[in-house]
Structures are given as structure tokens and as C-alpha cells.
Write a new protein. Structure first.
Lengths: 347, 614
């Protein structure tokens, strides 16, 4: 007697792919590192939205965070660049092929110190791109020095106290031109998913600062970026629900004080106010909320700002719709008559 | 009254002198920001239009307005277009430098000067022509604030008269210079020019021997700056992404490219551009964008000068190891910081050839003329994509920013070479690929572009720590294999870079090696050495690094080989030392110049004669 066992059908997404197609190599980061949780969220979100992975390009700079693109979307092209200069590589790649979806992963060291110049100019250009800062307040790969996002008074394992104020990358992003700005916590699965999905469909620059504790160098008593500190001080600004354009049913947030933002592809971000009066299309509201939170010692997370109208860098350049990278010779080499004309002008 | 002054201060007036025709240099000394550039270009072009070989060199300060500037125009019936050290005809418009300018002249030179400067009192062995510029400019330019600009056009008329430059050609050159849109300004300037001509006719008595006479040596030729030529090369090479950060002397390369792209690279049907130009926040970002764009498949380029090359160093190393095509123009100049940013040099040779850390070496192309700026720009893109590596095109300020007489550029006959890029269809047939595997034996792997519609297309790009499959590794054998393959790739390039131009002289046991703009001084110096000292020479003009076999053969066939270059430390010779054995090195000699001006023949000749012990 034999019984035939039919394996359960694999669960496929809209692109006809299973979740395995969105995974990457095995992580080499420390056990419990917040970055691994973020990689998991990225995998889930790209899978759930049915994005074709070969139409995605991943970018990073240097540091622990910047290693992580190897651990998700293994079927996407990836580019691990030089320290702090991922924005320029990504900008070039997006110029070459505007049909590719770009996602960059960086850290607080990579962005807020050596990479500050490129970060600021990326903001200014509003490049259509997802820029994720895995923010733990320390340099991990070089064994635990403070970064420029370390909070005032935060303590290193060695007892050294940080005496300089931190850069708030979300405040900078807001002020300097990003059109989707959010902060999250690597431990908040639901919030991070809604934010990432919004970023995937947003037609402009998304800056997502994710507090992502470093279990090895910054998870101790006295650190303001430890798991326990964030759990205690996480102040959630708004409750989020992402509704894809093809699936208008799954509304998780109760009706009430809900603001619905229609995104580029018809998907919607539903934002529910929590307590405070807050308008995510108003930069000043956002800056005020950040300022108040800082004074109270809270870590404010949620969506700070969304602008779906501002033209992005690609639109401003008025390029061909087809990727510049593969335009045929007939489009990129003017005919001989043109050279003859220029020569005549120079005679 | 002026007439009396002229005859009184011109010792040779009235004496019979053999005319010197089409063989002299004019130096115009002015203050920058005074519109002299226009007047000088018109003068140069008028001589060119008379069929006489001509060259123009602008020696200008790093300043917008008010500092001394000298423009030298050389007319040469023999076709020498390098800088001529001796000034035969001076136009002294700058009170600050006039005295020194006059004192430096060789006996017998001519001087047109602003009358109030009273320069004729300085020497009695020159031909002086005083001109009351302020008195002449009033009637032709009623608007007082424009007088400063129009004033300079008066000397064009004076010089045209004294040197027999045809006024029809001056008129043509002037209106070409201003273009149709500025016809009113052209008329105003033409009036000034005529006033100068008329003044000279009525008042000045020609006493110097210099003059021009129509020839037929410039038919079909063009006048163009090297930077504009390189820009055109990029446009016809099919450049698609250009990034840059302004820096002298390279800015005009991208600026003229933008002009040409706007005219010729907007698709007529869609109205959209087939390129993107980004002014980056700095050179770090400019090269990052170039590499990102090229990695994603664009033909991308940037242009800079030495300081920018230094900043690009780390990224260029990544480009070398990640094997990304890129074209980088280096318009070389003197020194860092507030050095002499407006003076020329060939001083970035070693630093660029070996740019970055670890073991890195990069192909360099050395154009000597606008024609080569154009053709090598095109070659550079093909080389970069064929060999998947950053390629540098090494201009210098002299070539990039000065106006050169050149032959009309030749339209590329070969199709664009995009190198080894696998499409989705090819991936399907092959069932996958290994990014850094030497499949063809030339050291060059196959690559794929992001957005290639195939599950097997992706690979992960990083620095030097990868195996053939682009997987991260720190294994010794993987690392060494990769390094050796990169060396092999560089060796393969030797046969594909522009080969040297060699002129063997069977009578010579002395050879010259030069590159870039040093060519002009060497070409003329060889004639001087032969006619004045009886020294016969051969000549090899380097056109690329890595060196080609020609160079080794050339060294073998001569007793002494002089490597001529415009830097202090004999950098090109240094690169040869890295490559050649003791027997070859023993034959190498150095002829160096590093004063910031374009190299001239006399300087080369004098140095060779000294070294040859003649």
C-alpha cells in the first residue's frame, strides 16, 4: 500500500513568485541585530506587493547596515559602494535606468558623518528612491564608537558619555526636500511594514530612519538606543495602514480620525491620528512634533511627512521614458550632417 | 605731431628692411575682464581666414576682473603652432605690466601702446606706435560705460593696418564672433575697429618688418578649443550620463557639451532628451554618479582637473575592482588649492595612472590636438565598455582652453562598442553566468545590467573581495586569481589603446618621446636641432598608457631617448621605469619644463643641446 502525498501548493504572489525569491544570502550580522529584522520586513513587503525582484536595484555604503543588502532580494542587482557615498551611485544608476526601483540601506555613521554631504544633496534632488537608515547610534564594524546620531548623554559600554547633540536625520530630510519621511523601530513589525510599502510605491525620495539596536555595542544600561530604552520611550505618532491599489478591502484601522493619502499607483496610506492634532502634509507640524518629543525624551515614530505632488529629479530632467542605458545607437549618435554643420560653424 | 614722435623713436625708420612675412608672434597685454578676449579672437581669426597657419595662447590669471592677461597670436608659414617664446609685436594696453613687457622684448620688436604710457622713452631699439585710445574711443562709442569694452577693438584696427591684415576678413571675423543675436554690439565694435585702422593710416608710419600675406594653408580647417572638441566627441560617442563639478580648466568641456546636447540630443519625436547632465555637489559625487550610471549601463563621463582627480581617487579604485566602465577627462593644470589654476601642466601622469589604493592602474589617453580630443573621446567610451574599467583622457589647459587650428573632425565610421553585456535572451540560453570569470581569455568577464528581465541576471557588486561568481570571499586564492586576471586584462589593453605615432630617422641615434601638447614644441625643436646644430632625431609620440610595443622598440633602436614632459619629476619617464629593464632605463633621459606656460621649442632645443654636450 502506498499513499501519495501531495505537497501543499506553494503560496505565490501577484508576480507568480514565492517568498523564497525575495530572500538573500544568510546574514552574517550578530544575533539579535535590529538590521536583520529590517531585512525580513523588506523581504515581506516586496513579496507581498508582488514587485519583480529583477526590476529592483539595491545600494549601500559601508558599515554593518551596508552589508545587509546581501541578505535580502537575492535576485536583484546589488552595489555595495564606498563609505557615505551610496547616494551618488544610486543617483547615477537611477539616471541610467529610470524603470528600475532603487532601494538603499545605510547606517547612521554612513549617512550622518562621512555621508552627510551626499545625503543632503540626495534630499535636495528628491530622487525617486528608498533610503533606509539603520540607526543604532554607534559604529559597529569598528567596534562601538559613537556616531553623529548618538543622543546627548548616551553612554558607551566603556563608560564614555556622548557630549555632542545628535543629528535628527528625519528633521534634515523634512527640511531639505525628501517627500516621504518616517521613523520606525526595527521591533515594530506592523508600523515598519506600512512605512516600507508606502516607500515602495512613493514617486519621490523616501527617507526612513529605523532605530535598530546594536546588540553588541549599544544595548546596555545607559544607552539611548537599546531595545529596552526604545520600548520604554517609543511614542507612536500615528497608526498606519497601507492599502494596495489592487486590494481595496483590507482596512485594519477603524474609521474615525483617518487621513487617507493616495499614492502614485493608486494605493492608499491611511493614517489615524493618535491623540495629537497632526497633519502629515504639513512640515511645520512635523518639526513641532519632533521638537516636543525631543524635549520630553520620547522617541517619536510614525509617518512625519508625505508630499505626493512635488516633481522628482527624473521628472525635472525631461529624459526619454526608456532607460538611457539601452537607447539604440540611432538615438544617441547624431547623424553625419550634424557634425558637418558644427564643422561649418567653426570654420 | 604723432607722426613726428613715431619717426623720432624708431631708429630704423626709413632704413630698408627685409619684410618678415607670416612668421612672427603678436602679444597683447591687457587687463582681464576688459573684453580683450573678443578683440584677440577676432585678430586671430582674421589671420586664419587669410589662409595663414595661426595659433592663440591665452595667459590669464585666476580672477574675474582687473589682473594682467597676455594673449599671444602666432602666425607661422611653416605651420608651427606651438608657443613662440620671443614676442615680435607687442600691443601694450596694461599700464601695470607695460614697462616690464617692453623691457623683455628682443631688439627690433614693434610696440603699439596707449600713448599716455610714454613707453617710447624706455628703449631706443624698438619700433614704437603710440595710439591715443581714449581720444579715439569717445566718438565711436557715445555710451561711456561701454567704452572700456569697445576700446580694445581699436587695436584690432591698428594692428590690421600695420600688419596688412585685410579689413574684410576682420569684419567677417568680428561679425562671426558676435553672432547674429548681437548684431548691434558687433556694429559698435566694428566702428571702433575702423577708427583704429583709419588712425593708423593717417598717423602712423610703418617701420617694423612684420606683415602678413595671404596663403592657402587653412582651407577647410576649423578653429576650436580642445575642451569643445572633447565635448563633441562625447556627444557623438553617445554619452548618456554626464556629471561634473565646476573647476578650471575643465568647466568649459561640460559647458560646451551641454550646449551641443541641447541642440542635437533631444529626440525630435518625443521632445525628450537622450541624456542626463547633473552638476554634482563635488567631485566625490560626480564620479560616484558616473560609476552608478555606468554600472546600470549608461555611457557616462565626468570632467575635472587635478584637484578633482585627487578627490575621485577612492571611487576610481572601486571602479577598477568592481570593473565598471567610466570616462574621466582630466584637463591638467598646475598645483593644488590656490596654486596656478589657470596655468598649464602635464603633472597628473603618475597620480592618475596609479590612482587609488591597493594595486590599481588605469588606461590613459593623451590627445595632442582638437582632432584627437574628438576621436579619443569616442575611443575612450569604447575602451571603457570593452574593458569594463575607468579610462582617463588627459588634456591640459593649453589644449583644453586655447583656440587651435584643426582639421575638420571625421565622423566615426565604426559602430559604438558596448562590450560584453548579457541580455535576458542570452542568459536564458546560457542558464546563468559568472560575473568575473575569464571566459574568452582576455581577462574581461561578462556583465548584466539592473533591470534585465531574467531571474538569473542579478549579481552583487563590491570591491576586491569577490570570487568569479561575484560572491563575497576573503580567500587567498580567490583574491590572487582576481588580481592576476585584472593584470591580464591590462595587458590585453596594450593592443587596443591608441598606438604611438612613430617617425624613425635612419640617421638618428637620438630619439624624442613626447605626448599631448609637448608635441608642438618637439616638432619645431627637431627642425631647430637639425638646422642649427646638425642633430638628427627620431620621434615617438605616445598616445596612451599602458605603453604599446612601439615604445620598447623605439628605445631599443636609439642610444639616447629624451622623454619630454611638462612636470618637475619626469613622471612619464617614471612610469617607464616601473615597466622596463635596466638596459632600457639606462637610455632614458629627461627634458622637463614646469613653468606653467605652454612649452616652446627654444626651451626644448636649448636643453637638448646642453644635454648632448654640443
Amino acid at each position: 500500500m502506498s499513499t501519495t502525498v501531495t505537497p501543499p501548493p506553494k503560496k505565490l504572489n501577484r508576480a507568480g513568485l514565492e517568498v523564497l525569491s525575495y530572500k538573500g544570502a544568510k546574514t552574517t550580522l550578530c544575533a539579535g541585530c535590529g538590521h536583520n529584522a529590517i531585512s525580513e520586513r523588506i523581504i515581506e513587503c516586496f513579496y507581498e506587493l508582488g514587485v519583480q525582484p529583477w526590476n529592483v536595484a539595491k545600494f549601500s555604503g559601508i558599515g554593518c547596515s551596508s552589508k545587509s543588502p546581501a541578505y535580502f532580494l537575492g535576485l536583484s542587482h546589488g552595489f555595495n559602494g564606498v563609505h557615505g557615498r551610496m547616494p551618488s551611485i544610486a543617483t547615477g544608476a537611477m539616471l541610467a535606468n529610470r524603470t528600475v526601483l532603487g532601494i538603499g540601506v545605510t547606517g547612521d555613521g554612513d549617512t550622518a558623518s562621512i555621508g552627510m554631504g551626499q545625503f543632503m544633496h540626495l534630499l535636495r534632488r528628491n530622487l525617486p528612491f528608498i533610503y533606509i537608515i539603520e540607526d543604532n547610534g554607534v559604529y559597529g564594524l569598528t567596534k562601538g564608537q559613537f556616531s553623529a546620531t548618538a543622543d546627548l548623554g548616551s553612554k558607551l559600554k566603556t563608560g564614555v558619555i556622548n557630549e555632542l547633540p545628535p543629528f535628527d536625520c528625519c528633521a534634515l530630510a523634512l527640511r531639505c526636500g525628501a517627500t516621504f519621511v518616517a521613523r520606525s523601530f526595527s521591533g515594530d513589525k506592523k508600523q515598519l511594514q506600512a512605512i516600507l510599502k508606502t516607500a515602495i510605491v512613493h514617486n519621490g525620495l523616501s527617507v526612513i530612519d529605523v532605530i535598530s539596536p546594536c546588540t553588541t555595542f549599544n544595548d546596555h544600561e545607559g544607552s539611548t538606543k537599546s531595545y529596552s530604552y526604545i520600548k520604554e520611550h517609543d511614542e507612536i505618532l500615528n497608526e498606519l495602514d497601507f492599502v494596495p491599489y489592487y486590494d481595496d478591502i483590507s482596512v485594519e484601522i477603524d474609521e474615525g480620525e483617518v487621513k487617507e493619502i493616495e499614492l502614485h499607483d493608486g494605493s492608499k496610506l491611511r493614517i489615524k491620528k493618535l491623540g495629537r492634532d497632526y497633519d502629515p502634509s504639513n512640515k511645520f507640524d512635523a518639526l513641532k512634533a519632533m521638537d516636543e518629543a525631543e524635549k520630553k525624551g520620547e522617541v517619536l515614530t510614525g509617518v512625519f511627512y508625505v508630499d505626493t505632488k512635488k516633481p522628482n529629479f527624473m521628472e525635472m530632467l525631461n529624459m526619454e521614458d526608456a532607460p538611457l542605458a539601452t537607447l539604440p545607437e540611432s538615438k544617441v549618435r547624431p547623424p553625419k550632417e550634424v557634425l558637418d554643420q558644427v564643422m561649418e560653424e567653426l570654420r | 605731431m604723432s607722426t613726428i614722435e613715431v619717426s623720432a623713436t624708431s631708429p630704423r625708420s626709413g632704413e630698408f628692411q627685409q619684410p618678415i612675412v607670416n612668421d612672427f608672434s603678436i602679444q597683447v597685454a591687457t587687463v582681464n575682464g576688459s573684453g580683450s578676449q573678443t578683440a584677440n579672437s577676432v585678430l586671430m581669426r582674421a589671420i586664419f581666414q587669410m589662409g595663414i597657419p595661426v595659433s592663440g595662447k591665452n595667459m590669464f590669471p585666476s580672477n574675474i576682473q582687473g589682473l594682467p592677461t597676455w594673449f599671444t597670436i602666432r602666425a607661422s608659414k611653416q605651420g608651427y603652432i606651438g608657443r613662440k617664446k620671443e614676442v615680435d609685436f607687442l600691443v601694450a594696453m596694461n599700464p601695470e605690466t607695460a614697462r616690464e613687457d617692453v623691457m623683455k622684448l628682443d631688439s627690433g620688436a614693434a610696440v603699439v601702446y596707449d600713448e599716455p604710457l610714454k613707453l617710447d622713452a624706455l628703449r631706443s631699439d624698438l619700433h614704437f606706435y603710440p595710439v591715443p585710445f581714449d581720444k579715439l574711443v569717445g566718438p565711436v562709442c557715445p555710451e561711456a560705460k561701454l567704452r572700456k569694452l569697445v576700446r580694445n577693438m581699436i587695436y584690432d584696427g591698428i594692428v590690421a593696418n600695420l600688419l596688412s591684415i585685410e579689413m574684410e576678413e576682420v569684419h567677417k571675423a568680428l561679425f562671426k564672433q558676435f553672432g547674429k543675436k548681437k548684431a548691434k554690439a558687433a556694429e559698435l565694435n566694428w566702428g571702433a575697429c575702423q577708427a583704429g585702422y583709419d588712425y593708423a593710416s593717417k598717423t602712423l608710419t610703418k617701420s617694423d618688418p612684420y606683415r602678413v600675406q595671404r596663403m592657402n594653408a587653412t582651407a577647410g580647417k576649423i578653429i576650436v578649443e580642445g575642451n569643445a572638441a572633447a565635448a563633441l566627441g562625447c556627444v557623438f560617442a553617445g554619452v548618456t550620463v554626464v556629471t561634473w563639478y565646476p573647476i578650471t580648466p575643465s568647466s568649459s568641456l561640460v559647458e560646451s557639451m551641454i550646449g551641443y546636447l541641447k541642440r542635437f540630443r533631444i529626440d525630435k519625436e518625443t521632445g525628450k532628451s537622450t541624456y542626463a547632465v547633473v552638476q554634482a555637489e563635488d567631485e566625490l559625487s560626480a564620479i560616484g554618479m558616473v560609476l552608478g550610471a555606468a554600472w546600470a549601463g549608461a555611457r557616462s563621463a565626468t570632467s575635472t582637473a587635478g584637484p578633482g582627480i585627487s578627490l575621485m581617487s577612492e571611487f576610481v579604485g572601486l571602479g577598477y575592482y568592481a570593473e565598471i566602465p567610466a570616462v574621466i577627462f582630466d584637463v591638467q593644470r598646475v598645483g593644488p588649492s590656490t596654486g596656478l589654476p589657470t596655468r598649464t601642466a602635464q603633472g597628473d601622469i603618475i597620480s592618475t595612472a596609479l590612482l587609488s589604493h591597493g594595486d590599481t592602474k588605469h588606461p590613459l589617453l593623451f590627445p595632442r590636438s582638437p582632432e584627437e580630443c574628438f576621436s579619443m573621446a569616442i575611443e575612450a567610451f569604447d575602451l571603457a565598455e570593452q574593458f569594463q574599467t575607468p579610462v582617463f583622457v588627459m588634456l591640459d589647459l593649453d589644449l583644453g582652453m586655447n583656440n587651435w587650428m584643426a582639421d575638420a573632425f571625421v565622423y566615426p565610421t565604426k559602430p559604438i562598442k558596448r562590450g560584453k553585456v548579457l541580455t535576458a535572451k542570452e542568459l536564458e540560453r546560457l542558464g546563468g553566468f559568472a560575473r568575473y570569470k575569464d571566459v574568452d581569455g582576455d581577462g574581461v568577464g561578462y556583465r548584466t545590467l539592473p533591470g534585465t528581465n531574467h531571474p538569473q541576471a542579478a549579481y552583487f557588486t563590491r570591491g576586491s573581495g569577490h570570487n568569479e561568481k561575484a560572491q563575497y570571499t576573503e580567500r587567498e586564492d580567490d583574491y590572487v586569481n582576481n588580481m592576476d586576471r585584472l593584470s591580464h586584462k591590462f595587458e590585453t589593453m596594450r593592443a587596443h589603446v591608441p598606438q604611438a605615432e612613430v617617425e624613425y630617422n635612419p640617421k638618428a641615434n637620438v630619439g624624442f618621446v613626447a605626448f599631448g601638447t609637448s608635441h608642438y614644441a618637439v616638432e619645431e625643436s627637431r627642425d631647430q636641432l637639425k638646422s642649427e646644430y646638425g642633430i638628427e632625431t627620431s620621434y615617438l609620440r605616445l598616445r596612451a598608457y599602458p605603453f604599446t610595443q612601439d615604445l620598447l622598440d623605439f628605445i631599443h633602436r636609439h642610444d639616447r631617448v629624451y622623454v619630454v614632459e611638462q612636470n618637475r619629476d619626469a613622471q612619464m619617464l617614471g612610469l617607464m621605469r616601473l615597466e622596463y629593464g635596466a638596459a632600457e632605463i639606462a637610455k632614458l633621459r629627461s627634458m622637463k619644463y614646469y613653468g606653467g606656460l605652454p612649452l616652446d621649442a627654444r626651451t626644448v632645443t636649448d636643453d637638448i643641446v646642453r644635454q648632448e654636450g654640443k
